[in-house]
Every structure is written in C-alpha cells, then in structure tokens.
Design a protein around this ligand. Structure first.
Ligand SMILES: Cc1cc2nc3c(=O)[nH]c(=O)nc-3n(C[C@H](O)[C@H](O)[C@H](O)COP(=O)(O)O)c2cc1C
Length: 311
C-alpha cells in the first residue's frame, strides 16, 4: 500500500515536471526577455569602472527585442517603456564618456531604427542608473523601527469580520512590487479570492479570512536554464506583500500550496481565479483585519548564531 502511494506520488511529480518543463521549454516570452536584457544593461550602468565598449552586444539584442515588441499586435507597455528608457540612459551614458568610438556608436545606433527612436521620445519612465547617497538610503532609527515592525507581524488565524477595501489591497501590492526579483522581471501575479467563495465551494475558511491572495509565479518569464526560478521570485514577492499588508494594518497568514503535486484545491483555485497554465500557484495568503483582541502562536525563534555560518 505504502509502495503504491509512493508510486502514485512519483507519477504525479513526473507529470507535473513534464508539464512545467514543456511550458518553460516553449521558451521565455519576448516581453520577459526584453525586461531581462534591459536590466542587464541597467546593472552595468551602476558598477565601478566598467570596461570600455561594454554592453554593445546586449544593446543590439535590446534593440532587436524592442523592434519585435513594437511590431506585436498588443505590445506590452511595461516591457516597452523599460526597454526604451534603459536604451536612452545607456546611449546618454556612452555619449558622456568622451570616448570617440563609444560616442559614435551611440550617435549611430538609432539611425536604422526610426520606430524605436520615435517610441523613445514618448517614454516618460526613468531607466538606467540612479545616483544616491548613503544618507538618502539611511532609515532614521532603523533598528528600532525594524524591531517594532518585524516583531508585530504575526501569522493571524482569526480575523475580524470586516472586508478589506480594494484600494488597500492595491496599495499593499504596489508596495510589495518594490521587492527584488530575478532580473527585475516581476514574474508573479496575485489573484484575490473572497473567503466566502472558498466556503461556497466547500473549502473551509477556519481563519474567517476576508480574502485569500493567491500568489503565482510565471513559468515563461524564464529561459529553460533558469528552470524553477519562478518559485524564488514569487516567494520573495509574497513575503513583501505580507509585510506591506502589515504596514497597512492588515493581518495575514501564508499558506503553503502543493507546488509539485496535483491537488483538488489547486484545481479549484485555477478554475475560479482563471489562472492560466503558464503560472504556477506558489503560495496563498489568508488576509483580513485584525480583531480588537486575538491570539497568535508564539512561534519561538532560533538565535542568529544558530543559522549563521562563518566558514
Ligand atoms: C511557506 C509557508 C507556509 C505556511 N503554511 C501555513 C499553513 O498552511 N497554515 C498556517 O496556519 N500557517 C502557515 N504558515 C505560517 C507559519 O506557520 C508561520 O509563519 C511561522 O510559524 C512563524 O510564525 P509567525 O508568522 O506568526 O511569525 C506558513 C508560512 C510559510 C512561510
């Protein structure tokens, strides 16, 4: 019996892996390749003493990807503005080097691509490098602030019976979008499921959460070599989202999902939220207002010395 169950699990895992693999092997979307390439250039603009003539190969790829996106019936606005703003910043940086070859290349680049030149003129987003000072990024009373902020976030499992306004959720997501993600592709989505809908479908809502936020990772944001990276970026985003909700006074509790095995509940989420096949359900976050009084698990913590290794 045990062996049969193990075999079934293995078969499910294999099936899921084949599905993920076939989705990701369809390849990275042109839109994500554009954002990734733009970001690789953007990163180059922030390092100390970059080598002479760096980045021209990537810029050629960026220009090709921009052309391709511009010729699509429904071009992706975010990818286009990201690509164009970075291209603009790169060319300006090269022109300011004083190096003749760099300057000439920068001046000529757009000659053959009038469509990109025209599009670049309309872009208001800023791309490239931002100059900062240590003082600007310092958080006043940072340690005290962080202690209070982190230590007051708890996984809440008994929410108040009060709806979270849509505006608050959007604000939280906007804040969470400040999180790091692989080459800034932001390969995730959040589907908002009403707690009541979950119940209507026969699934318990034992925490009385107003909403369930289903966080997915986009498989096709990544090339085949990056297989599985959607989990990392989506999880980091989910963590920021929980913290952003906390900043806005909303309690939450992350709930793990079957990542690699089929589950009826995941099928329900896919169907109800219209989650496409190229997205993987990574986590679910129960969310709601905190009651005036409620209990949380103590969840004892390890000490830093227990988890840090100085080899
Ligand atoms: C990936 C992940 C999955 C979790 N799954 C569940 C879950 O299914 N049910 C639940 O009640 N809590 C779940 N939690 C919450 C943890 O139990 C909780 O974060 C941990 O005990 C620390 O407590 P705190 O969040 O209150 O600080 C999950 C947390 C994470 C990060």
């Amino acid at each position: 019996m045990k062996l049969a169950r193990r075999f079934l699990k293995f078969a499910q895992l294999w099936d899921t892996f084949r599905h993920d693999r076939s989705s990701s092997l369809k390849g990275q979307t042109a839109r994500d390749a554009l954002v990734q390439t733009a970001h690789r250039i953007e990163k180059g603009l922030t390092i100390r003493n970059p080598r002479r003539l760096w980045g021209w190969d990537k810029i050629a790829r960026l220009a090709t990807l921009l052309e391709k996106e511009l010729s699509m019936p429904n071009p992706d606005r975010f990818a286009l503005e990201t690509g164009a703003s970075v291209l603009k910043a790169y060319l300006e940086a090269k022109k300011s080097t004083g190096d003749r070859e760099e300057t000439e290349r920068a001046a000529k680049l757009l000659d053959k691509t009038p469509r990109i030149r025209e599009w670049m003129g309309t872009v208001t987003a800023t791309g490239g490098a931002r100059h900062l000072t240590a003082q600007e990024v310092a958080v006043p009373d940072g340690l005290e602030w962080a202690r209070k902020f982190f230590s007051t976030r708890h996984s809440v499992r008994d929410f108040a019976d009060r709806p979270i306004p849509r505006e608050t959720l959007l604000q939280a997501v906007q804040l969470a979008l400040m999180c790091p993600s692989a080459c800034n592709r932001q390969p995730f989505k959040v589907y908002v499921l009403e707690g009541k809908r979950r119940e209507e479908a026969g699934y318990e809502n034992i925490y009385h959460a107003d909403k369930y936020l289903v966080v997915t990772g986009e498989i096709n944001a990544f090339s085949a070599e990056e297989y599985g990276d959607w989990i990392v970026s989506a999880t980091i985003f989910a963590t920021y989202l929980v913290l952003a909700l906390h900043a806005l006074g909303i309690g939450s509790c992350m709930k793990k999902k079957e990542l690699h095995f089929a589950s009826k509940y995941n099928d329900f989420l896919r169907e109800t939220c219209h989650i496409p096949k190229n997205e993987k359900i990574v986590l679910e976050i129960a969310a709601g207002h905190c009651k005036d009084e409620f209990s949380v698990a103590c969840s004892n913590r390890k000490r830093a010395e227990d988890v840090v290794v100085f080899p």
